[in-house]
Ligand binder design. Structure first.
Ligand SMILES: Nc1ncnc2c1ncn2[C@@H]1O[C@H](COP(=O)(O)OP(=O)(O)OP(=O)(O)O)[C@@H](O)[C@H]1O
Length: 348
């Protein structure tokens, strides 16, 4: 693996507030790296330091061996940058905007026109190329933005929140397009985003950024395994016939620490992987498993855990906790309502 972007203790402080804290990153040639984190985590500041647009307080960054602060022009020659709000001249057409960028990059004549045609086609904008850019939707602007970045044929592309404000269909198209830039062309991509689910699909590795610090970095599966090692296993289960006996049997299973119910599904927290035991149990019991999912391997869960670890309070986490009822309360309730007393009432 050839490392193409590196940072060493990269730090930025704005008026006493640490925006990026001793960041150590290494991004390999040809990979799609997702820099993920909530608003204000320090993603844009990191990108600006990589592009040499703002100076670090401490530490350094290199792209293809060039120091980003000392050689910003050299860096710009090999890096394409798609900001979160791409600016085009609104009174010029998409094609004219691309022509303008092409000329700034030294392209002229048939070579320039061929490149424009090829890129418009690649990003699916041929049909709308002669409309004024001011009339484009956000998704169209982003696609034209990708074409604009590709005008200078960069080895490395940095995108800041590329999917922000785009509808699901446009998002899918844009992510496919971004993925192709790495898989088909062999370019290196650094994508910053807070849209975890969407962006993780195309990332080879992710870095999770919280409060200016990188709290986790690696392949999604690796981070999932790490989380599993550090904490309990969480198994989410839905079956066709949940009854008192099942609750009691689960409560007795070896390693089970807690059972809750969440949106009609049983959530079992345990010290070990219960999937084999649960599958065997239902095989004998005759119930059908409608859904079984071991939490920990998806990015949302990984992110949530690291986010919690970093001491953040997140509204979605609080809401989720509120929704959960403790097993003991639920168990008591079920006993109260489900088990008939000999006198015909329910047993407490
Ligand atoms: N020019 C600036 N002056 C002062 N503080 C700044 C400046 N730029 C960013 N910050 C602060 O630095 C921190 C990191 O901001 P940054 O924009 O890098 O985060 P981000 O992860 O990109 O967030 P977002 O997704 O909202 O853009 C925030 O607390 C922000 O308020």
């Amino acid at each position: 693996m050839e490392s193409i972007i590196q940072t060493q203790n990269l730090t930025k402080i704005y008026s006493g507030k640490v925006a990026v804290n001793r960041l150590n990153l290494s991004i390999n040639k040809g990979e799609v790296f997702g820099l993920l984190g909530p608003n204000g985590a320090g993603k844009t500041t990191t990108i600006l330091m990589l592009l040499g647009l703002t100076e670090p307080f401490e530490g350094s960054a290199q792209i293809c061996g060039m120091n980003c602060t000392r050689h910003p022009v050299g860096v710009k020659q090999i890096v394409g940058y798609l900001p979160d709000n791409v600016g085009f001249y609104p009174d010029m057409t998409g094609r004219q905007n691309l022509r303008f960028t092409g000329r700034l990059n030294g392209l002229e004549g048939p070579l320039l026109e061929e490149r424009i045609e090829m890129l418009l086609q690649r990003v699916g904008m041929t049909k709308d190329a002669d409309r004024k850019a001011g009339t484009y939707s956000r998704g169209m602007k982003q696609r034209l933005g990708v074409a604009d970045v590709l005008m200078k044929d960069p080895q490395i592309i940095i995108m800041d929140e590329p999917t922000l404000g785009i509808d699901p269909e446009g998002m899918r198209e844009l992510l496919d397009l971004i993925s192709q830039l790495s898989k088909k062309d062999g370019r290196t991509l650094l994508i910053s985003s807070h849209q975890l689910y969407q962006v993780q699909q195309i990332c080879d590795r992710v870095g999770i950024f919280v409060n200016g610090s990188l709290v986790a970095c690696g392949r999604i599966e690796e981070l999932g395994r790490q989380i599993e090692k550090e904490s309990s296993y969480i198994l989410e289960l839905e079956i066709d016939s949940l009854n008192q006996e099942v609750w009691e049997d689960f409560g007795r299973m070896e390693g089970v620490k807690n059972i809750t119910e969440e949106n009609g599904r049983i959530v079992i927290e345990s010290e070990r992987d219960l999937r084999p035991a649960v599958t065997q149990y239902f095989g004998q019991n005759g119930s059908t498993i409608l859904h079984m999912h071991q939490k920990g391997a998806d990015l949302d869960e990984i992110y949530r855990r690291y986010f919690e670890k970093a001491g953040q309070s997140d509204e979605s986490i609080r809401m989720e906790k509120k929704k959960r009822k403790s097993f003991s309360v639920l168990f008591r309730k079920k006993r109260e309502t489900a088990v008939p007393k000999r006198d015909g009432n329910t047993e407490g």
